[in-house]
Design a binder for this molecule. Structure first.
Ligand SMILES: *Cc1c(COP(=O)(O)O)cnc(C)c1O
Length: 359
């Protein structure tokens, strides 16, 4: 059994994907060109915010913060329970990461603890839509507005999810996503995108992602080279057409897991007025190591996202946090386990996994 069945997905769209790739090779527009512009149009239409393609989800965060004017000395509030890239990029732009514990119910920022972390140095808040489910963005935006702070949704795991009917990536002034192969919408290498609700900011982001150019060899900003390859854009243009169908399949797989497991383990919870794209289907168990081994013996791959919260990582020792500072994140780190999930997971596979967990 595969953790994320990318092969079945490729087989389904093979003819279209192969011809899209061949088309890029034939027309030799490998950087930029029609495929990338088309993808940006498609992503903008899908989310309702202005999309700029870039090289990966980590760069997307860096560029978003640069465009938002985050500078050395600023503080940026985020969660300690995320992939390192979120916090790593805060440090890379020279700002100080400030953590807020997560909410036990959805693994996202605990909004009730947010306001007390705001200082006169706070420049941005980066809520992470973990495992595919957005945070309470209305509440976060409201607090941010009160203090004139910018909100950047890290939607690397939640492209396509909704919050009060509105799409993730369009729930705050800026958002970022990733098209890493195993993300819900993945390409065949690295890829990412940044979203900006206002066009002026979108133009700045576009420029920063391509050496700060305003026009060829005229540089308005100090930027980076973070362009999306045309071949990746071509693949994404094909996959995006089928994405909503895949989201329904992911939702059905998640519901099947929940039906089979809810009586025996703590299953994920999707809050009212939100949907998840199930980047991960993550249960909580107290006997994780032994259960993971048992699943492995039965041929079931699992993963732990994430075994150590970021405030306890060696790289962030300089921030001066210690064990006990974020108890909800710490407890989650010791209990979470993600099960095989993709649009193409079979019912038989879900049943097998569930049987091993709850015999
Ligand atoms: C995957 C991920 C990223 C980084 O994306 P890459 O494309 O791998 O650089 C950032 N934040 C979160 C929450 C992620 O899951």
């Amino acid at each position: 059994m595969q953790f994320c069945n990318l092969k079945a997905q490729y087989q389904k769209y093979q003819l279209e994907i192969d011809s899209a790739i061949q088309n890029v090779i034939n027309n030799t527009a490998f950087i930029g060109g029609p495929e990338v512009s088309q993808l940006e149009k498609n992503l903008s239409k899908y989310t309702g915010s202005n999309a700029i393609a870039c090289a990966n989800g980590t760069d997307a965060l860096y560029i978003a913060m640069q465009a938002a004017g985050v500078q050395p000395g600023d503080e940026v509030i985020t969660t300690p329970f995320t992939f390192i890239a979120t916090v790593e990029m805060i440090a890379q732009v020279g700002a100080k990461p400030v953590f807020v514990d997560i909410c036990d119910e959805d693994f996202n920022l605990d909004v009730s603890q947010l306001e007390e972390k705001i200082t006169d140095k706070t420049k941005a808040i980066i809520p992470v839509s973990l495992y595919g489910q957005p945070s309470d963005m209305i509440a976060i935006n409201e607090i941010a507005r009160k203090y004139s702070i910018i909100v950047i949704e890290d939607a690397a795991q939640s492209f396509g999810a909704t919050y009060h009917g509105k799409k993730s990536c369009n729930l705050s002034r800026i958002a970022t996503t990733s098209f890493f192969p195993a993300k819900p919408l993945g390409c065949y290498g690295d890829g990412g995108a940044i979203f900006a609700q206002d066009e002026e900011l979108a133009a700045k982001i576009k420029s920063i992602s391509n050496h700060g150019q305003s026009k060829r060899y005229h540089h308005k900003y100090i930027g980076v080279n973070s362009r999306l390859d045309a071949i990746q854009a071509a693949i994404l243009n094909v996959k995006l057409k089928y994405y909503d169908e895949e989201l329904i399949m992911r939702q059905q797989a998640a519901e099947r897991y929940t039906d089979l497991l809810a009586e025996n383990v703590r299953v994920p919870n999707v809050v009212e007025n939100r949907t998840s794209v199930w980047a991960q289907y993550t249960i909580r168990v107290e006997n994780r190591d032994s259960l993971q081994q048992k699943l492995k013996d039965a041929g079931v791959p699992t993963a732990v996202h994430y075994p150590m919260p970021l405030h306890l990582q060696e790289a962030f020792e300089y921030l001066g946090y210690s064990r006990g500072d974020f108890p909800v994140a710490e407890k989650a780190s010791s209990e979470v386990m993600s099960l095989p999930m993709s649009a193409f997971i079979l019912n038989d596979e879900i049943e097998l996994v569930s049987k091993v967990i709850a015999p």
